[in-house]
Design a protein around this ligand. Structure first.
Ligand SMILES: Cc1ncc(COP(=O)(O)O)c(C=O)c1O
Length: 400
């Protein structure tokens, strides 16, 4: 099965050698019937768990009614989704798309158009962060500082200024009269779950207000419950001008992404200037509205908050772990590189029934679905402990 997939698809991923056939809650089952605790959760797309019964019921019901209309017409699910999500975000309106990268592209377009129409800027720039990850389109990789994501894909889209993440001074220095926006992840996920210094988001907020530029928070991975709040920005009581949302908004069922902003910002987009055939389709809206309602209950945010200490205290107690970063149920874990690479750790975890993903050398990311139980986290940490202390690393080719 793996051979077939590998021989007939581009090698744009390097998956762990596990073939998943079914899933429920925080667990997946492979084609041989072996179960694994899913500690990646589709890069946080599965915050509400695999096969969440409430989301599935909404999707099933919608499948039998109507699934796609295009935005050439209204559909009877769109209004409730748009108003529910706007309300959750405390914003006037949303603009729905499908994938995360599309939503980021949309945010860039909206910021440029806002700069053009409202501020009369014809040569706009957007301040972005080192080690960012916002997706894979040609414009987005133009301002990536990761050589794998960036190199060889030029010519690059101009109009971005890259500054050090975590430094409000660096942003202040980069903003000039042509700056229309500052785009950042409130916690940098793909970079290794990098949490900025306390007060950073608040400083960025104040700076953007003072200098009259839009603060755009890419909450595609950090948002929708993952960090113990609805948004990672909530941790500093910061409200950006624009939220960029995706991943968990689709409930692990369909791709759903969106921008949320006030009318003075999103209102700059007029008919014909932006769109997507599938954006805002009835199936996506039915799922998205259900996700919004789950978040409105606060239950998932509370779970992430309550389980945070189980995850982080457990990780910090493990031998071979050199640093732990994160918030809620989202951790970046650096393992001693003399013990193993992140990939080797993930392979050995897999053998022990835990699925996780490495990033950048010796860092692994843990982000289980928010339905995970405390005892399941403890069990996963015991597996990680066994991997880091055990002879298995030597068996896996790790450096003893
Ligand atoms: C912060 C952030 N922005 C954007 C994206 C891109 O999302 P998608 O893969 O749905 O295009 C990701 C994906 O990992 C992400 O983590």
């Amino acid at each position: 099965m793996i051979e077939l997939a590998e021989s007939r698809s581009a090698h744009n991923y390097h998956p762990l050698p596990v073939v998943i056939a079914s899933a429920e809650g925080a667990w997946v089952t492979d084609v041989e019937g072996k179960r694994y605790l899913d500690c990646l959760a589709g890069y946080s797309s599965l915050n509400f768990g695999h096969g969440n019964p409430v989301i599935l019921a909404a999707a099933h019901a919608q499948l039998d009614r109507v699934t796609l209309t295009s935005r050439a017409f209204f559909n009877d699910r769109f209004g409730a989704f748009a108003s529910g999500l706007a309300e959750l975000c405390g914003k006037d309106m949303i603009l729905p798309m499908n994938t995360g990268a599309e939503a980021v592209e949309t945010a860039i377009k909206v910021a440029r158009k806002w700069g053009h129409d409202v501020k009369g800027i014809t040569d706009p720039n957007i301040v972005v962060m080192e080690d960012n990850f916002h997706g894979r389109t040609t414009t987005i990789v133009s301002f990536s500082t990761d050589p794998d994501a960036h190199d060889g894909f030029g010519p690059y889209t101009p109009g971005f200024r890259i500054v050090k993440y975590g430094s409000a001074e660096a942003i202040a220095d980069a903003i000039d009269e042509n700056t229309v926006a500052v785009l950042l992840e409130p916690i940098q996920g793909e970079a290794g779950v990098l949490v900025p210094p306390d007060g950073y988001l608040r400083q960025v907020r104040e700076l953007c207000t003072e200098r009259g530029v839009l603060m755009i928070a890419d909450e595609i991975q950090s948002g929708l419950g993952r960090t113990g709040d609805t948004f990672a920005c909530d941790h500093e009581n910061v409200v950006p001008d624009m939220y960029v949302l995706g991943k968990a908004l689709g409930g692990g069922v369909v791709p759903v992404s969106a921008l949320a902003a006030d009318a003075d910002v999103l209102g700059v987009i007029k008919p014909g200037q932006h769109g997507s055939t599938f954006g805002g389709n009835p199936l996506a809206c039915a799922v998205g509205e259900t996700v919004v309602n789950l978040l409105k209950s606060g239950e998932y945010q509370a779970r992430a908050r309550e389980l945070e200490s189980v995850l982080f205290e457990g990780l910090r107690a493990l031998p071979g772990v050199t640093a732990v970063r994160g918030r809620g149920l989202w951790a970046g874990v650096d393992v001693d590189p003399s013990l193993a690479t992140g990939r080797q750790v993930c392979e050995r975890l897999m053998a022990r029934g835990v699925l996780a993903k490495d990033t950048h050398g010796s860092t692994i990311r843990l982000a289980p679905p928010l339905v995970v139980e405390a005892r399941e986290i403890e069990w996963a940490l015991a597996q990680l402990g066994a991997v880091l202390t055990g002879s298995e690393l030597r068996a896996a080719g790790g450096r003893p």
